[in-house]
Write a protein that binds this ligand. Structure first.
Ligand code: URP
Ligand code: ZN
Ligand code: ZN
Length: 490
């Protein structure tokens, strides 16, 4: 009688802290043993010569979501999760997105109706709060946080999404009280609006002007302001999809002062530049995302931020739009940059890109790679230790990598529904060849092995990362520190 349902044998196991050779014993959905020479399992996977890492946790992706201007994502919860799984990701945290006037409870129900029958890997939801009116904050949000929707994204730009500073303070103060984590899209709306109006009035509407209308100064300013508001209320804050040295500097400086400010970046800021937006004809539309890819110096600053811990997480910000009238060109074949749907796909290649260019080129070690792509996200969003690590008691979510497999990326090999990848033509070394989710083989021999709807919803706990410091930031005088007196004065 075999002791285990499945043994993954003899692989080089890498977690966020250690690298070692071990057999992994799995019963049901859970890792139950690690050691050398484990008893035989009912099933065995020979992982000798392979790397065994926790499945990726992609904590920023847009799936089956309608943008604020009404354009639908190309991926539903089937194609999005299949694509993620083929790239070694076993948990996604997409958004349940509120539009103005929506009830948050209704929004969450609708996203479950979309996801539950289709997802092939596990998923949680962040909320997008675009209408933090009093009754939403008072009557809906606290209950949703209790039910496992314990993080939400807010925007400082986009006409139909942006919050003003007062609304941002309302959201931060609610998050502080309820133990939720706020994520912010930090770009200065007025700067973008002003530049956009002038560029369009001058007839400068091609995709490359998207990057010019979203300058690094707009990102740096809004990042500084968002951090200032968070500091005022002693509330942790995560700055999403950071692209510029200015914003990186703000996050670094806040961390140095001991604030609980977290940073996220994405593949597009390492591997694309504003020059990609200047490709022939409308091709550049494929590369329009916000913030935009910038220059080589910015790419270098982003690498440095990954290496030195300024960034906590490396997510995809997968925002999939087809290169046709259903997506990127919904504003017509000659749409101006303001009409082009924002976003690039990245769920499938997030891990292979960072492994090949980060680990194999010696910029990151394996443990940093695991931390940035899996463990830290699980911790920040209240899914650890069930997700994000390889340990006894954790879900058996494993990506088994062939570190020597070399692949030249093509549009056709992607499993999403986008039709192109910005990374086509790149040759990458290292690939997740077998992927397990809760002990189930999801991907093996380039084939999907599970049914639609077999992924499970994950309720996120309140995370320690979202707890206020509860102490004064050193420079501040207690008598004049609203944050320190927040319980008394509000
Ligand atoms: O361009 C992007 N990133 N689009 C997706 C929406 C967002 O702001 O994350
Ligand atoms: Zn955003
Ligand atoms: Zn996004």
């Amino acid at each position: 009688m075999a002791d285990f349902d499945l043994v993954v044998r003899g692989g080089t196991v890498a977690t966020a802290s250690d690298t070692f050779t071990a057999d992994i014993g799995i019963n049901g959905e859970t890792i139950v043993a690690m050691g050398s020479d484990l008893e035989a399992g009912k099933n065995e996977i020979d992982a000798r010569g392979m790397l065994v890492m926790p499945g990726g946790v992609d904590s920023h992706c847009h799936v089956e979501q309608k943008s604020s201007s009404g354009v639908m994502c190309a991926d539903d919860f089937y194609s999005g999760t299949v694509s993620a799984a083929f790239g070694g990701t076993t948990t996604i945290i997409p958004f349940a997105a509120q539009h103005k006037g929506d009830s948050l409870i209704d929004v969450v129900r609708e996203y479950h109706e979309a996801a539950d029958p289709k997802a092939v890997i596990d998923y949680a939801f962040h909320l997008i709060l675009s209408d933090p009116r009093e009754e939403v904050l008072r009557d809906e949000l606290p209950g949703l946080i209790d039910m496992g929707y314990s993080s939400f994204k807010v925007y400082l730009t986009y006409d139909l999404l942006k919050l003003d500073d007062g609304e941002m303070l309302d959201v931060l103060s609610l998050a502080r009280k309820e133990g939720a984590l706020v994520m912010v899209h930090a770009e200065n709306h007025e700067v973008i609006k002003w530049l956009t109006e002038r560029l369009l009035a001058g007839g400068y509407g091609e995709p490359k002007y998207h990057a010019i209308s979203h300058p690094r100064i707009a990102e740096g300013e809004a990042t500084h302001r968002a951090i200032a508001l968070a500091e005022l209320l002693d509330t942790p804050l995560l700055i999403v999809h950071v692209s510029s040295p200015d914003a990186i500097h703000e996050i670094r400086e806040a961390k140095t002062r001991g604030l609980k400010i977290y940073g996220e970046t994405c593949p597009q800021y390492l591997f694309l530049t504003a020059k990609d937006l200047d490709r022939d004809g409308m091709e550049g539309a494929k590369y329009c995302c916000s913030p935009p890819p910038r220059d080589e110096a910015s790419q270098e600053a982003v690498w440095q931020g990954l290496v030195n811990g300024t960034f906590d997480v490396f997510s995809s910000d997968h925002a999939p739009y087809r290169f046709d009238e259903s997506g990127k060109l919904s504003g017509g074949p000659n749409a101006t940059f303001k009409q082009i749907a924002n976003g690039v796909p990245g769920l499938e290649l997030r891990l292979p890109l960072l492994f090949s260019e980060g680990v194999l080129k010696g910029r990151l070690n394996l443990n940093q790679f695991v931390e940035l792509t899996s463990t830290r996200a699980a911790k920040l969003y209240g899914l650890h230790p069930r997700k994000g690590t390889i340990a006894i008691g954790a879900d058996a979510d494993l990506a088994i990598w062939d570190p020597d497999l070399t692949v030249t990326v093509t549009d056709e090999m992607m499993h999403d529904n986008v039709g192109y990848t910005p990374y086509a033509g790149r040759t990458l070394t290292g690939w997740p060849v077998t992927v397990l989710s809760r002990g189930r083989v999801v991907v093996q021999d380039s084939e999907l092995k599970v049914e639609r709807g077999s992924g499970k919803f994950l309720a996120c706990e309140r995370s320690a990362a979202a707890a206020p410091l509860g102490r004064l930031v050193p420079e501040m005088d207690p008598a004049t520190n609203f944050g320190a007196n927040i319980e008394r004065w509000s």
